[in-house]
Design a protein around this ligand. Structure first.
Ligand code: 4NP
Length: 150
């Protein structure tokens, strides 16, 4: 079983979308996909309604996901940890115990634009178009991840 974790700040906007999108592209008998936030603001919360809506628009149901906080045990559980932006990267890497933990952490958009460390912009304080934009970015990255891992 290959295990992949999507990480953002709140685990209610970007990473639940990334989780739903990647899960829809992988055979679930051999892959597990989860998501987490570096912050604890939204532990136990459903995804933001705007993420739920854009997922629904593209045929994905993410309404039952529940927010949780990233923790150091995730380095043991997961094979690949994809972060959305630089702040997620530094927060996750600051918990790494050794180089092997750190090596698991990648910028998700580096799948599309290698080595650029581009961010998936945080759509939380913007309008619905930000969520559409985030969906498209994540869909492109997840297609590449799925192709590479299968
Ligand atoms: P996310 O977006 O990291 O994509 O889930 C955010 C959600 C909530 C907050 C910030 C970003 N917040 O400050 O509550």
């Amino acid at each position: 079983m290959t295990k992949i974790l999507m990480v953002c700040l709140g685990n209610i906007c970007r990473s639940p979308l990334a989780e739903g999108i990647l899960r829809s592209k992988l055979p679930l008998d051999s892959f597990m996909v989860d998501s987490a936030g570096t912050a604890n603001y939204h532990v136990g919360a459903k995804p933001d309604r705007r993420s739920v809506a854009v997922a629904q628009k593209y045929g994905l149901n993410i309404s039952n996901l529940k927010g949780r906080q990233f923790n150091v045990r995730d380095f043991d559980t997961f094979d690949h940890i994809f972060v959305m932006d630089e702040s997620n990267y530094s927060n996750v890497v600051s918990l790494a115990r050794h180089e092997k933990d750190k090596e698991k952490v990648k910028f998700i958009l580096n799948e599309v634009y290698p080595n650029q460390n581009y961010s998936v912009p945080d759509p939380y304080y913007g309008g619905d178009s930000g969520f559409e934009n985030v969906y498209k970015m994540l869909d492109e990255a997840c297609s590449i991840i799925a192709e590479r891992l299968t």
